[in-house]
Design a protein around this ligand. Structure first.
Ligand code: 5GP
Length: 112
């Protein structure tokens, strides 16, 4: 079981701010911006490169829900960034697909 599955099952505490039947969102334990939330499917897709056509609807709803989460956290006007890290060069550290939603400060481009 991944750490994010344990959070979904409330076996590990987290600040859960949004939940649907098959995905949820909670604040990152090491925030990289004033707003840093992870949007996570409850079933494990290890990483975006493992996603299958059958995952498209779920992943699409996660992306669409990000605007509701951004609005709830007050960054819909100021702006926010969605990030998915795949593999070592991208800095993936938890093998359970997640979207980072980052906001609340100006961000550089390209990312470091
Ligand atoms: P990745 O590097 O895989 O793209 O992102 C994993 C993220 O999960 C990191 O930003 C890290 O801080 C966060 N994270 C890891 N373990 C926990 C945890 O137990 N609770 C919470 N809330 N976030 C976690």
């Amino acid at each position: 079981m991944t750490i994010f599955q344990k959070i979904a099952r409330r076996e590990i505490p987290a600040d859960i701010i949004y939940e649907e039947e098959d995905f949820f969102a909670f604040r990152d334990i090491h925030p990289q911006a004033p707003v840093h939330v992870l949007i996570v499917p409850k079933r494990v897709i290890p990483r975006i490169g493992d996603a299958q056509p059958g995952d498209a609807e779920l992943l699409g709803r996660m992306i669409v829900a990000s605007k509701e989460i951004a609005a709830k956290l007050g960054v819909i006007e100021s702006g926010y960034r969605l990030v998915i890290n795949h593999g070592p060069d991208a800095g993936e550290s938890v093998p359970h697909l997640h979207l980072h939603l980052l906001g609340g400060r100006a961000m550089a481009w390209p990312p470091g």
